[in-house]
Design a protein around this ligand. Structure first.
Ligand SMILES: Cc1cc2nc3c(=O)[nH]c(=O)nc-3n(C[C@H](O)[C@H](O)[C@H](O)COP(=O)(O)O)c2cc1C
Length: 407
């Protein structure tokens, strides 16, 4: 959601200004352009040189800048970009905003902007809880200014703790992304705006005893990429994930599960959904009776026998749901042989609309890798897709799904 977007970042004069340097990096990493404005106070904490070097942009510091103002630059700064982000937002800046004061570049831009504004306050807990600040925040919220944080924790001041720490840069980046998404959904610019997409991802772990389990090599990369792509397309996304070693996608509801049975109940509890994409590598079998204690060697030299029973079939259960079957149901088939035949039969047996089939033989490197080569199998035929990064595969699947849903 941040890729290609232009964010005016106002840095005001709080001790947390040093974190805004990392915030610039995080926003740029996600593809945003960051145009910095620094108050005089901010320049006491971090230098325009550092901010300019990290953002690779001119840093705006003065309202009465003859060069920038030959075409009323502060109004252009206020209007020409996608979002105004204030991080850190001092008590002073919030007070000025609440009262319409425009005595420097930052406050003049804030008064003149017609773009969404997101503030990440940072101050001493006493300043945050002062009735004047609380009242100012209330006033600003009523006017549609959004807030992220402040968080609770230790302060820079020795021995002080409480609510007032600036949110971490990654949280602020996620909040910025959420604001931009809300605006785009409201303006009807995203194909899955107002839709619910339910996705499963990762492996399942089937317990043998309290310390051992049966698992598979799924990394969750494809399922998580699908969740991020669906979110970027405007959907409300629920991601039911087995145990994975991946960061959570931003602005997605995550339900963490371990076993196939847990995954099935999590999925059923999250219906209805407009689109369901079952990308998890669900174990076909589980151990019939999980040992209550760790299974020990008994000295006989004979290994224990593990009796397996079949797990519930999540895709088939959802596919045959009488009332709550999603309008578009997509399954994945990870196979090592007879890819297309297996995918076709899965499509029928499980009453899915599409099967995304991939060859997960070890030599393909797909399981756990960053790239995927898939075939889209539907009732109207089989399409071979070229090898792509898993996020690009996800984006393509989501674009196709949105087109199908929107007719
Ligand atoms: C060392 C130091 C740390 C400060 N930290 C904060 C802070 O975290 N939050 C805050 O609201 N004000 C803080 N202040 C006070 C602001 O710098 C002061 O209110 C200033 O006028 C803010 O100006 P600005 O909002 O235009 O940037 C701090 C002041 C100093 C000297």
């Amino acid at each position: 959601m941040l890729s290609g977007r232009e964010i005016v970042l106002i840095i005001s004069g709080g001790i947390a200004a040093y974190k805004s340097l990392d915030l610039i990096r995080r926003l740029k990493e996600r593809g945003a352009r960051v145009i910095p404005i620094m108050t005089a106070g901010a320049q006491e904490f971090v230098t325009p040189l550092a901010v300019g070097a990290l953002s690779a942009e001119k840093v705006f510091t003065s309202l009465f800048d003859r060069e920038a103002e030959h075409d009323v630059g502060h109004i252009r700064l206020a209007r020409d970009h996608d979002l105004v982000l204030i991080a850190p937002a001092t008590a002073n800046l919030l007070a000025k905003m609440a009262h319409g004061i425009a005595d420097d570049l930052a406050t003049a831009v804030l008064l003149a902007t017609d773009k969404p504004v997101l503030a990440a306050p940072a101050m001493n807990p006493k300043m945050w809880q002062d009735p004047a600040t609380l009242r100012n925040v209330e006033t600003l919220e009523e006017r549609g200014i959004r807030f992220v944080g402040p968080a609770s924790g230790e302060m820079a001041e020795k021995g002080e703790a409480g609510i007032g720490r600036m949110s971490e840069p990654l949280e602020i980046a996620a909040a910025a992304s959420a604001v931009l998404k809300d605006v785009a959904v409201r303006e009807g610019r995203l194909p899955l705006g107002g839709k619910h997409v339910l996705i499963t991802s990762g492996p399942t772990h089937e317990p043998i005893d309290p310390v051992r389990y049966i698992a598979n090599r799924s990394s969750g990369k494809q399922g998580h990429a699908l969740a991020a792509a669906a979110c970027d397309a405007g959907a409300r996304v629920t991601l039911v994930s087995g145990p994975v070693d991946l960061p959570d996608p931003d602005n997605v509801e995550i339900v963490r599960v371990e076993s196939a049975s847990e995954m099935l109940s999590a999925v059923e509890n999250r219906l209805p959904a407009d689109i369901a994409i079952m990308a998890a590598a669900v174990a076909d079998w589980r151990v019939a009776s999980e040992g209550a204690q760790k299974i020990k060697k008994d000295g006989s030299g004979k290994p224990p026998t593990l009796e397996l029973v079949e797990n519930p079939d999540i895709l088939a259960t959802i596919g045959h749901h009488e009332i709550l079957r999603p309008k578009l149901l997509i399954g994945f088939a990870a196979e090592t042989q007879n890819l297309v035949d297996n995918a076709r039969s899965k499509l029928e047996r499980k009453n899915a609309d599409w099967i995304i089939a991939n060859d997960v033989s070890p030599e393909t490197g797909i399981m756990g890798g960053d790239a995927n080569t898939v075939r889209l199998v539907s009732r109207s035929g089989v399409e071979d897709w070229p090898e792509m990064d898993k996020y690009d595969v996800a984006r393509e699947i989501i674009a196709r799904a949105a087109a199908e849903l929107n007719g």
